[in-house]
Design a protein around this ligand. Sequence first.
Ligand code: DNO
Length: 356
Amino acid sequence: MKIVFRWFGSDDRITLDQIKQIPGIYGVVSAIYDVPVGEVWPFDKIKRLKKQIENSGLKFEVVESVNVHEDIKLGLPSRDRYIQNYKTTIENLSKIGIKVVCYNFMPVFDWTRTDLNFKLEDGSNVLFYDDDKIKNLDPARLVEEMEKHSGGFSLPGWEPYRLKDLKKLFDLYKDMTEERLFKNLKYFLEQIIPTCEKCDVNMAIHPDDPPWSVFGLPRIVKNYDDLKRITDAVKSKYNGITLCTGSLGTNPKNDLVRMIKDFKERIHFVHARNVKILSEKKFHETAHLSSSGSIDLFKIMKSLHEINFDGYIRPDHGRMIWNETGRPGYGLYDRALGIAYINGLNEAIEKGCDTN
Ligand code: DNO
């Protein structure tokens, strides 16, 4: 498997040279951040980004994310234009050697948390989620809170464009059901997968984070059955999954090992993240170490070896430690420690230590 690290482009405080020094690193996962959602990512921009990354000795084969325009999720007539643009972006990405595109199909918001700087006993800060708090919160208030506590960084998935017409967006989703949202996803996949096949670019849908409805909005990538329905909707290996352990894993009913076994040829990208479940729908994120949280990373890695996973894996989130300041969930130090841990697990598994 290839170990990659998320990098937010030239504005990222973490540099490519720093990333390059992480043992076992293969490449970075990045995106074009200044093209409005729904528009085509111009070839020149993508090429420049690739060159910049490769000049640092790193590979650029995974994009996270090409965001899906809300009109596609809503199934509005204007979706066809945005789908056409999406296809052109895939074609442009394929020309510079992109192999995987990570995306999500969550209405309005991407990942949701109620606290971006929750202090753990060890003095580090992590992301925290409490559904009880969400239940009584106006979404606009949450957005304000996130902006206030994000340390001035734009948060992936909380880009300002999504949030300016929040009320209007919520109105548009008023009658949206899971069934209709799924139909819209299917329509999207039916249109783009032939392009992916032609271009040899794997799509990898990211699970809903957290994997349940938030603010009453429908969610359709929450569990085994959802993944089954999605992978069956268009039967091509290019219609794949991002296995995000910390998203799916916040619901203890989700059996990640079973998912790895059953969806093996559809898993193109893994987000290794650990979370500690405190009670139902209440959790915080942790260091990657299995004993720090509720996810058994050893089991995950072992299962990935069993299916001969040769896709991409990246550490995800983790704590903000050693006085680092940065984009919540995306510090350098704890993600680098996460990679060191993944390397350790990999070596032990590969060298055939007793893995039972
Ligand atoms: C959060 C990330 C998500 C992810 C998207 C993929 O930290 O895991 O924002 O990138 O959902 O489209």
